[in-house]
Ligand binder design. Structure first.
Ligand code: GLN
Ligand code: ZN
Length: 769
């Protein structure tokens, strides 16, 4: 490298890939279904990339200055990087062709599995709701340039008159997020392969140069996370080695290392000390670094990619000005890729205009970046009008009706310790035993039953106005009756209503609480082709009327057995919504908790003796930095307790958790103080059970005995084996028998068969004891 081309003054780290109308989702799913050819899929993807470049250009990024990121993905950016460097799981080696490459069909096979070959494991991407595929790397993995997709995409941009900036997950993060391949020897870590991986990245950089890239963006979010299980000194040494080596490559674009999702801390001086040309700093989640002086480009991530608020532009500009104390070369970007936000606020005709004026989706955030870039170059006065407009919107939001509700605040303001605590467990247990009369090893499900095509059609018909509310309600009641009869027939002890009336476990509550809005087109990629449409929590939350009481009491009227009421907990409601950023999450969580507390009281008064409050996202919101854990666990556990502590001793509170390694939050799960906790456990063969037990957990536990993430029906023997493992480490009076999670995504055939096997295995276990 001689002189480096200038880094663009304003850029974004990435942009939604799924398309405004989820075009990519539809094309990919059609390809999987065999309805379109690979050529048609590629044409759709190329068109999406073209539209994105043109769009970003019109929003203020530049055609030829490398400000437009080339950050497309057919499924997942981590899988993209893994496939690019040939990190193919051993069981899928057959997908590698003779010339060492892997094609698009092979790529999808790794993501989705084939026959007995299970797909790559999926796990959460930092503190977002996105899930990536975990690469598998062992000593045997043949690391080499196995895909030129990124190179072709840059060439495609160049051919259409753009100079874009290719984006790929960096080598250190790729290895840190990988797990050892199946046969890897004990003690092997994927990071051991760093020196074999770096030449592959170097080759890729040369190829990108050849097609016109002047800058490349290597994403290294693993450097900001403290959840990485590799010693920090080893991580820092790997960072130094990686960027010394890549920086020393003769033919390469200028290198921009981005570090989204938090502050780099001690990794920043390490990067500054390598030959890379630009470093991205997340100034939204992270703090302004200190003690650094450099001439490298510092890319200030000040436009918040985590949420959809328009935010404080004036404050963003002053953060950038502070960054200038560290380097004379400061530019502006989004804090993280914008793919966690929906496309465009202007695409929401039904959203209230005032609310819209407070929001910025991806396109509006690009506009903010362009504004700030202009401010950096021409000075603050050049963007005075935009700064003032943003401040005015913020001021309007601050005083708007509903944002602050005196009655809600009076309630959260007067909470005392007692509001967060139930009575002593022993007394609760005897009261519940007397009230509920459940058998030994009680059986239940997690709440939802299969959401059939018919249920979804009824809901669509209600939304479109084709059927009336009454017709819809009757259809749901009929469904509930079927589900209750089925559970009675199978012999389950605690009955659920099956949740047919819920489109989504969070959106359903958002639609029924004040303080929330829902969008029409606000889709965000969750994983692969799956998208969610998070609700917007914009104001003080309250409950205008009971939400679930009618459904639960109807259900109870159909059976002599206890019916379990079903609610989504405050932490999960926050985790799966876009949450207001103008007050501590603790306050917002307590408001949601109080609304749920009223609902729980009403359920109790209506004769519902068991109420489950789901918190599958408890682990998910855990902050990346350890210093933030205590505060998080304090308010999250607190909000659950606030929601549930208003009931009498005889009312049994359940909770349900899933989706994650529970290790770090086991103690918090205990502190929730639920009477019964059901938890995902089947796939890991009850691994979590001994840990829960050793945390001093004395209350009911239902470790899942049926992995509902797969269409497989577990045999009676399999279930029996899991029950025995559970009974081996939990005192038997504490054990509940249930599936891992809700049955919403399963079909009826496998559901019925699986539940029957669970009951057969339970009866056998009962008679053995
Ligand atoms: N009650 C919910 C259901 O059964 C729980 C879902 C979840 O844990 N994600 O669908
Ligand atoms: Zn679950």
């Amino acid at each position: 490298m001689t002189t480096s081309p200038a880094f663009p003054i304003g850029t974004i780290l990435g942009y939604p890939r799924i398309g405004r109308r989820r075009e990519l989702k539809k094309a990919v799913e059609s390809f999987w279904a065999g309805k379109i050819s690979v050529e048609e899929l590629e044409a759709t993807a190329a068109e999406l990339r073209r539209v994105t470049r043109e769009r970003l250009l019109s929003l203020g990024l530049g055609r030829a200055d490398s400000s437009i990121p080339e950050a497309f993905s057919y499924y997942d950016q981590v899988l993209d990087a893994a496939v690019t460097v040939g990190a193919i799981p051993t069981r899928f080696e057959r997908l590698v062709k003779e010339d060492g490459t892997i094609d698009l069909a092979g790529y999808f096979t790794i993501a989705r599995g084939e026959g007995a070959d299970t797909p790559a494991e999926m796990t959460k991407w930092f503190d977002s709701n996105y899930h990536y595929l975990v690469p598998e790397i062992g000593p045997e993995t043949k690391l080499h340039l196995a895909s030129d997709r990124l190179v072709r995409e840059v060439a495609e941009a160049t051919a259409s008159g753009f100079r874009t900036r290719p984006v790929i997950v960096g080598p250190v993060t790729l290895l840190l997020l990988s797990k050892p391949s199946e046969g890897a020897p004990d003690g092997f870590q994927p990071l051991d392969r760093l020196d074999d991986l770096l030449p592959v990245y170097a080759e890729l950089l040369a190829a990108l140069t050849a097609v016109g890239a002047e800058w490349v963006q290597l994403d290294e979010p693993a450097l900001v996370s403290e959840s990485i299980e590799v010693d920090r000194a080893v991580v820092l040494a790997a960072t130094k080695r990686a960027y010394d080596l890549l920086g020393g490559a003769v033919i390469r674009p200028s290198v921009f290392v981005s570090a989204p999702y938090g502050s780099l801390d001690d990794a920043l001086p390490v990067l500054v000390d390598t030959p890379v040309e630009a470093i991205g700093i997340d100034l939204v989640k992270g703090d302004l670094p200190s003690g650094i002086s450099t001439t490298k480009v510092l890319v200030g991530g000040v436009v918040d990619g985590h949420n959809i608020w328009r935010g404080d532009l004036e404050a963003a500009l002053s953060s950038l000005e502070s960054l200038r104390g560290l380097s004379p070369n400061v530019t502006v970007s989004s804090s993280i890729s914008l793919f966690h936000t929906p496309h465009d606020v202007e695409d929401e005709p039904l959203l209230d205009d005032q609310l819209k004026s407070w929001l910025a989706f991806a396109d509006q955030k690009v506009g903010q970046v362009a504004t700030l870039a202009k401010g950096l170059v021409e000075g603050k006065s050049a963007i005075r009008a935009e700064l003032d407009a943003a401040s005015a919107a913020l001021a309007d939001r601050h005083q708007a009706a509903g944002v602050r509700d005196g009655a809600v605040r009076a309630r959260t303001g007067s909470l005392t310790e007692a509001d967060f605590s139930r009575g002593e467990y022993g007394a609760r247990l005897s009261a519940q035993d007397a009230a509920l009369q459940l058998p030994f090893l009680p059986t239940t499900t997690i709440g939802s039953f299969p959401q059939t095509g018919d249920i979804r059609r009824q809901r669509a018909a209600l939304v479109s106005g084709a059927i009336t509310d009454d017709v819809y309600k009757q259809a749901m009641r009929d469904e509930i009756r079927r589900v209750v009869d089925l559970q009675e027939e199978i012999g389950l002890d605690v009955i659920v209503h099956g949740e047919p009336e819920r489109n989504d476990m969070v959106q359903y509550f958002a639609e029924n609480l004040d303080g929330f809005a829902v969008t029409q087109n606000g889709w965000v990629q969750s994983y692969g082709s799956r998208c969610t449409r998070p609700s917007i929590l914009w104001g003080d939350v309250s409950r205008p009327a009971p939400i679930t009481v009618e459904w639960s009491t109807y259900t109870q009227s159909l059976t002599e057995k206890p019916v379990k009421g079903m609610l989504t907990g405050p932490v999960t409601i926050l985790a799966w919504s876009f949450v207001r950023d103008d007050q501590p999450l603790r306050e917002t969580a307590n408001q949601v908790a109080l609304a749920l507390r009223d609902e729980i009281k009403d359920l109790e008064s209506a004769g519902i003796g068991i109420i489950q409050v789901d918190e599958p996202a408890l682990r998910e919101l855990l902050p990346l930095k350890k210093k933030d854990h205590d505060d998080y666990l304090d308010w999250s556990v607190g909000s659950f307790r606030l929601a549930t502590a208003g009931v009498a001793d005889r009312t049994q509170i359940h909770t349900h958790l899933c989706y994650s390694e529970f290790g770090v939050v086991i103690d918090a799960i205990n502190r929730l103080d639920a009477d019964v906790t059901s938890i995902e456990a089947a796939r890991s063969k009850m691994e979590v059970v001994p840990d829960i037990q050793s945390s001093g957990f004395g209350r009911g536990i239902g470790p899942g005995v049926y992995d509902i993430h797969s269409p497989r029906v577990p045999s009676v023997d399999e279930v029996s084996e899991l029950i025995e493992i559970a009974l081996g480490s939990i005192p038997e009076r504490q054990v509940w028998i249930n599936p891992d999670c809700g049955l919403k995504t399963r079909g009826y055939d496998e559901t019925v068969e699986s539940l029957k096997n669970i009951l057969t295995a339970t009866r056998a276990a009962r008679s053995r004891s």
